[in-house]
Design a protein around this ligand. Structure first.
Ligand code: NCD
Ligand code: ZN
Length: 344
């Protein structure tokens, strides 16, 4: 049995680091496992320009423990007003290697997002020219649509028409949660890919209710059925280069999780890579972890693979019940559980 696993240093291609005290807490966790990350721009106010992205990148650099190699890639948060020139500027400054599309109202802090995809047509043309992927939060926001159908409806009504209209645009459907998404991405052309989180392959929607309602497992897209979980897990462990790692680790303090109107998001970054390793090992697919975590995402983005390595060891790791942050607490995914891998 494998007791030690050394792989090319991985990238987390969908991560929320936030700002200030929360960033001070969570950034070292990600930096201890990942060499680069696509750091999401849904701050308040959102990171909509190159200037704001560069300022955020500086704040991240200042919060990094000294001597840590960790490069944040910050997609601009597209709005109805994002110009092609701004996309080019972000690319040329090196701060962005992708752009982020949230449908207005889909998730935490998405109020200023794109209302109609036609409004970002100019940005899309520049992205095609530069080979930059569009990262999509794929959920419709119509309140009449069943919450659990938001992703499937988005694929059929928004993503598929968009992909047909601009087949040369690279698109990453972020944090897929359904069998429909796994099948759609598998069947689509090479310009479509998807990120997969640890929670959507570890948990199904029972985790929202088992033992009483559990807001810590509430996230966007919401956890789905066991059938869906198995299909997404099969995609992650398949060795298909269209599927790669993006944790969507999304920390919120306990006070914002355990209340009416509480926020969506699981904090998985504390032990994300060990959790993926445990899940892949259970599927007899530990050999697929390195390409999923370290190759396919970089290849799809068109950035170089990392050259150094990280090592995982098969030893029990107990996830803390919570972390203290700014007079509040952050409850991580699988709080209090013991998992079977840890970083060396
Ligand atoms: C994210 C957050 O909290 O920023 N929440 C989540 O449940 N995934 C937003 C997002 O990525 O949709
Ligand atoms: Zn996210």
């Amino acid at each position: 049995m494998i007791q030690k696993l050394t792989i090319t240093a991985p990238d987390d291609l969908h991560l929320h680091i936030r700002d200030e005290a929360m960033m001070q807490l969570v950034l070292p966790h990600s930096a201890a496992q990942f060499r680069r990350a696509t750091v999401m721009p849904n701050l308040k106010p959102p990171v909509t320009t190159t200037e704001l992205a560069l300022a955020y990148r500086n704040r991240i650099a200042n919060a990094l423990p000294t001597g840590t190699a960790f490069t944040p890639l910050i997609p601009l948060y597209l709005t109805d007003k994002t110009t092609g020139a701004e996309v080019r500027k972000a690319y040329e400054s090196g701060v962005s290697r992708a752009m982020k599309y949230y449908p207005a109202g889909a998730t935490t802090n998405s109020d200023s997002a794109v209302t109609k995809i036609e409004n970002i047509r100019e940005a899309i043309d520049v992205m095609i020219e530069l080979g930059m992927p569009l990262l999509i939060h794929g959920e419709v926001t119509d309140p009449a649509v069943d919450f659990f159908d938001r992703e499937s409806r988005f694929i059929d009504e928004m993503l598929d028409p968009l992909h047909r209209a601009v087949p040369d645009l690279k698109i990453v459907l972020e944090h897929i949660s359904t069998k429909h998404a796994a099948e759609y991405i598998t069947a689509a052309s090479r310009t479509l890919a998807a990120t997969i989180t640890p929670h959507h392959i570890a948990l199904n929607r029972n985790a929202l209710f088992a033992g009483g309602i559990n807001p810590h497992n509430f996230c966007f897209p919401i956890l789905k059925s066991e059938d869906d979980r198995l299909a997404v897990l099969a995609a992650a462990t398949s060795g298909n280069p269209k599927f790669f790692l993006g944790t969507d680790s999304a920390p919120h303090g306990r006070s914002n999780k355990e209340r009416t109107g509480g926020f969506g998001g699981l904090y998985s970054a504390f032990a994300a890579l060990p959790m993926y390793a445990e899940l892949f090992e259970r599927e007899n697919a530990l050999d697929k972890l390195e390409p999923f975590a370290s190759f396919y995402g970089a290849d799809f983005y068109g950035i170089e693979r990392n050259r150094d390595t990280v090592t995982l060891i098969k030893e029990p790791l107990t996830i803390p019940d919570y972390f203290e942050v700014d007079g509040d607490q952050l409850v991580p995914m699988r709080a209090g559980d013991t998992i079977s891998w840890r970083m060396a």
